[in-house]
Write a protein that binds this ligand. Structure first.
Ligand SMILES: *Cc1c(COP(=O)(O)O)cnc(C)c1O
Length: 619
């Protein structure tokens, strides 16, 4: 894995310059510089950085590639896009998104009432809003209200009962009015072709959503009967997220295209659009052999345009407008989580910790001699000897022949021998070395929560690229596994020999070392859990001015301890009173001590729950 696989997942968004990883934009500041800038203002713990220029890049790419494809095939339909709010509803993201999409007539997709309210308030009048998912009467009424406000809103029918409710709401809200206003109507179709991968459940016959062909005919007849057929204008499908292979999309497009053509032929004049949902994949892999996507955005858009044109030609119907609801593709790259390394677990395996005696057991003495005479030419042989000796010494311990100090010396020496050998042999690509790495992997304790910041790693084994912020001019040699600070053994990103991952050997008491987790902008924030009460990290928006200088603003600090408890509906005034009383009534303390302790306690209560780095504690 060269340069942490940045050529595979990085999309030129970041570059490695000398020893740091830098933003490939403006004056190319390093992520380390940005991180230190924010930490110097007193924000500790993990930090989520947002880069609005990367949102803009994805939006420009999406619109430009479809524009090119339309031009290449001389396609007559229009292209439109909406952002599915479920992918990231956080205001610091959505406001930037709306800002960079001005001029594109870009809208929002809502799947719940709360999301619909965001869409109704933030989408400019005229830009499309689409509404998917299960809806009750109230949600459908909200869609009517949006339409009456003047919004260009499409309500997607997911089942026949929803259509019945639409008819009912239409009667209630459109009697005794100056003008009957109805939202545009779309139908989600249940495809016989299904998606693949971990999110496959969104498409296919067993999908939660969509109308079968029988229901589609039924819906057509109902719409006609209640004079709503004029509002039917969109066919919708969504085959699932992170579509690694393009083949299922092509199948789905053929199916949806033919349904569109069939309805056109039945005389649905107003039908004009096909909404292809989301699914456009992001490359998260740091290794060539585990790449997740087998197509480019250009291939994707060409396939969509070409297939729709082909079907329209053969069935002699007009070429439909194309809508996409890509979310992951738009949002993933915009945010990076930066988290400080707090500790290396085998750090105690250093020479200073040895407790050698005047007279050591012969095998321990021999280990010590091996360590001191280790060089490149004998490293392999000595490593084998060391492992042999360790087996024997551990047996001797079990039998009561050596004591705890001897055992500790054994562990330290063997660890040092393996580590030094790997250093000496690092340019030789031996299988055996790789096997050994499993034994000496270093555990990095990192100040963040996997459950809060990478929930899809926990739930779906989705990998996210990880890169240290500095030392990138030095080849990292520690096989690494990453531990978060939750008290849960699932909060670990383990070392995998098939996709080996290395970090630098550092002494965190001497220097700071940060890890960056990339491509965390889609789904992770709102799926993040407050396991152990670690909350959404402190976030900042990194904006570049026209001279290429950056500024970190829009800082929202992670919740403080009392706010976290308040969120869980604890009565914090009772907690506050109880803590105060316990100090005041303690017989351990003088009055001065009580006052001082209360001050310290209140200071802590105003801080967030992430750990302070060792340096911060010393300050
Ligand atoms: C989730 C969802 C999307 C977004 O999918 P991505 O894979 O993130 O692009 C789009 N449309 C619908 C209906 C969805 O449910």
């Amino acid at each position: 894995m060269k340069h942490f696989g940045i050529d595979i997942w990085g999309d030129n968004n970041f570059i490695i310059k000398k020893d740091t990883i830098n933003v490939n934009y403006g004056k190319q500041p390093s992520l380390l510089e940005i991180t230190n800038n924010i930490r110097e203002r007193g924000y500790k713990g993990p930090i989520l950085l947002r880069f609005p220029h990367l949102i803009k890049k994805q939006i420009d790419t999406l619109f430009q590639t479809f524009k090119n494809a339309k031009k290449e095939f001389d396609y007559k339909g229009d292209f439109h896009a909406v952002f599915p709010l479920k992918v990231n509803q956080f205001p610091n993201f959505i406001h930037e998104l709306m800002d960079v999409t001005k001029g594109y007539n870009y809208g929002l997709e809502a799947g719940s009432k709360a999301e619909l309210i965001i869409a109704m308030s933030l989408t400019p009048i005229g830009a499309p809003i689409t509404v998917n998912g299960f809806k009750d009467k109230e949600m459908i009424a909200l869609c009517f209200i949006a339409a009456k406000m003047g919004h260009n809103i499409t309500i997607t029918i997911e089942g026949i009962t929803e259509l019945e409710t639409i008819i009912q709401v239409d009667k209630e809200l459109n009697s005794n009015v100056k003008k009957r206003v109805v939202p545009k109507i779309g139908v989600r179709i249940r495809l016989h072709s299904s998606g693949i991968g971990i999110w496959a459940k969104s498409g296919g016959y067993s999908s939660k959503f969509g109308l079968t062909s029988t229901e589609l005919i039924e819906a057509y007849e109902m719409l006609k009967e209640y004079s709503l057929l004029d509002s039917l204008w969109m066919i919708h499908f969504h085959i699932g997220s992170q579509m690694g292979d393009i083949a299922p999309l092509k199948k789905a497009l053929r199916e949806a295209g033919n349904i569109y053509a069939e309805l056109k032929k039945r005389g649905v004049e107003s039908l004009r659009a096909i909404n292809i949902g989301g699914g456009l994949a992001v490359e998260y892999s740091q290794h060539k052999h585990t790449q997740e996507r087998n197509y480019s955005i250009k291939e994707f858009s060409n396939d969509v345009i070409y297939l729709m044109q082909e079907i329209s030609k053969s069935k002699n119907v007009p070429e439909p407008d194309i809508f996409t609801e890509s979310g992951r593709f738009i949002a993933a790259s915009h945010s990076v989580i930066i988290a400080p390394v707090l500790e290396l677990f085998s750090q105690e395996y250093n020479e200073k910790s040895l407790r050698l005696k005047e007279k050591n057991p012969p095998l321990v003495q021999e280990l010590y001699d091996l360590f001191n005479s280790l060089k490149k030419t004998n490293a392999r042989e000595y490593m084998h000897d060391a492992l042999d000796h360790m087996e024997s010494l551990l047996t001797l311990f079990d039998l009561g022949y050596i004591d705890l100090e001897d055992r500790s010396n054994t562990e330290i020496l063997v660890n040092l021998i393996i580590k030094k050998s790997i250093q000496l042999l690092k340019d030789e690509d031996a299988n055996e070395l790789r096997r050994l790495q499993d034994r000496i992997q270093e555990k990095y304790l990192v100040n963040f929560s996997v459950f809060q910041s990478l929930p899809d790693f926990w739930g779906l084994s989705q990998n996210f690229p990880i890169v240290p912020l500095n030392k990138l001019d030095i080849k990292p040699t520690n096989p690494a596994s990453i531990w978060d600070i939750t008290c849960d053994s699932d909060g670990e990103i383990g070392f995998k020999p098939k996709t080996p991952f290395y970090l630098h050997d550092i002494d965190v008491e001497e220097e700071e070392y940060f890890l960056a987790f990339f491509l965390t902008g889609a789904y992770q924030e709102v799926l993040g859990m407050k396991h152990n009460l670690f909350t959404h990290p402190t976030e900042a928006v990194i904006r570049f001015d026209k001279n290429g200088n950056y500024e970190a603003d829009g800082i929202i600090e992670a919740q403080n301890l009392m706010d976290i408890l308040d969120d869980l509906d604890y009565d914090t005034s009772i907690i506050d009173k109880s803590l105060k009383n316990k100090i005041e009534e303690s017989s351990n303390l003088t009055n001065d001590e009580k006052r001082e302790l209360l001050g310290t306690l209140y200071l802590y209560l105003s801080e967030n729950s992430y750990l302070k780095t060792i340096q911060a504690l010393q300050k």
